[in-house]
Write a protein that binds this ligand. Structure first.
Ligand SMILES: Cc1cc2nc3c(=O)[nH]c(=O)nc-3n(C[C@H](O)[C@H](O)[C@H](O)COP(=O)(O)OP(=O)(O)OC[C@H]3O[C@@H](n4cnc5c(N)ncnc54)[C@H](O)[C@@H]3O)c2cc1C
Length: 379
């Protein structure tokens, strides 16, 4: 591709960067990913055991073609690595008929002919007695949904990338990047690296790495909680699905107990504490967040005990419209970027890695990405 030491440098090796490195290395490109830590790690957005994956996308139906491709890529990754990364537990979604979630799920399902069971609260209580469904809400069950093992996905991408001769440059802070003749120079805590092209996949670090784009990205500190269960029907082994509840109290979601004694995991999708810096924040639990999740369990999943087992913090990087930034860097065909995944990006990382590799290699992707164009806020 060029005489620079690397064809492509990937800035950040979390969920997206590790997937991009894997795609580049598989194509035989000379590629390396630089990360401040040794991924997977607990300082960004891709940790905490599990992430929900689903296709009937209430946020915006235009994500569905990306999700269909993502499902194929996760299965390919499992086949190549001989690891089980995606667990199809199904997903129960509950919300008011005039809310955001249920109408959005049904709209996406109808538009893309996705299989969704629509249930009354009475039918849903019979099928999923471990959850409480308000009488005036609607329920949808998406069978082809479940969870991804988040750290295992990142380490699998990185291991396979390295087998294909991709490099991980860990424990290295990126200080800045700049144009350098025909290519780019990335200045880091360990010196300078040069490449013909860049992929920027810095998660919350995009606040600094993409400062010149002038998109107001906000970083939120979010919380994950694991609580002991009293009701064994909440175990994945007993057929318990993942869940997503919308109500007047907020948006709460979570996962069955996936290992005996590990507890049921729950979190609130809204809220969070805005951070001034993505590197300097408190990792301890927030009492108000803990009170809200405990109240949610009492209201909606009474088989969860009052005994917290574990807590983790994790970061959301929000765009103004909560849709991703994905595409070529405005005015620069040699840089592709993915940023501002707004708390719902992990399920896409497989397809984002492929799209970024396509963009930086060929200048285009066959996927419909226009609605995510990085320059849409400037237009
Ligand atoms: C609590 C929580 C729950 C979530 N639940 C879901 C879910 O159920 N389903 C779903 O699909 N998504 C979910 N998400 C969102 C999803 O996890 C994220 O969108 C995704 O992990 C983001 O990946 P990323 O690669 O952009 O960021 P990261 O994985 O954080 O990667 C960015 C990497 O860049 C590195 N980096 C940044 N700046 C620099 C620098 N200057 N120098 C060196 N390295 C740098 C960081 O160290 C990091 O490793 C959740 C997120 C959180 C926090």
């Amino acid at each position: 591709m060029s005489t620079a030491p690397y064809d492509v440098l990937v800035l950040g090796a979390g969920g997206v960067g590790s997937a991009a490195l894997y795609q580049l290395a598989k194509r035989g490109l000379r590629a390396a990913a630089i990360d401040r830590f040794q991924p997977p790690h607990i300082h960004g957005s891709s940790h905490g055991e599990t992430r929900i994956i689903r296709q009937a996308y209430f946020e915006h139906p235009s994500y569905v073609p990306l999700l269909k491709r993502s499902y194929e890529l996760w299965r390919e990754l499992e086949a190549e690595s001989q690891r089980s990364l995606y667990h199809e537990t199904g997903l129960v979604e509950i919300g008011p008929p005039d809310g955001i979630v249920l109408p959005g799920v049904m709209r996406a399902a109808e538009q893309f002919d996705l299989e969704i069971d629509q249930l009354t609260p009475v039918e849903a209580s019979r099928q999923f007695p471990q959850y409480l469904f308000p009488d005036d809400h609607l329920v949808a069950f998406e069978r082809r949904a479940g969870y991804l093992l988040v750290e295992d996905c990142v380490s699998t991408f990185l291991q396979l990338a390295q087998q294909h001769s991709g490099e991980l440059i860990g424990d290295t802070q990126i200080l800045s990047w700049s144009r350098d003749g025909e290519g780019f120079c990335v200045s880091t805590s360990r010196g300078e690296y040069r490449a013909a092209k860049l992929i920027i996949a810095g998660g919350s670090g995009a606040v600094e790495l993409l400062k010149q784009l002038n998109v107001p990205l906000r970083v939120l500190r979010k919380h994950l909680h694991w609580y002991a269960i009293d009701d064994l029907r909440l175990q994945e082994a007993n057929g318990c699905p993942c869940y997503f509840f919308e109500s007047s109290h907020g948006y709460f979601y979570g996962f069955p107990e996936i290992t005996p004694g590990g507890g049921l995991k729950g979190a609130e999708h809204g809220g969070g504490q805005e951070l001034a810096s993505p590197w300097d924040y408190e990792h301890s639990a927030d009492p108000e967040d803990q009170r809200r999740i405990a109240a949610f369990f009492q209201r909606s999943i009474p088989g969860v005990s009052k005994r917290p087992l574990r807590h983790e913090t994790c970061l959301y990087t929000m765009t103004p419209d909560e849709n991703f930034l994905l595409g070529l860097y405005p005015g620069e065909e040699r840089i592709a970027l993915a940023a501002g995944l707004s708390g719902h990006g992990f399920k896409f990382t497989a397809v984002l890695g492929e799209a970024l590799a396509d963009l930086v290699e060929r200048g285009t992707s066959p996927l419909p990405l226009e609605f995510l164009a990085p320059d849409r806020f400037a237009r």
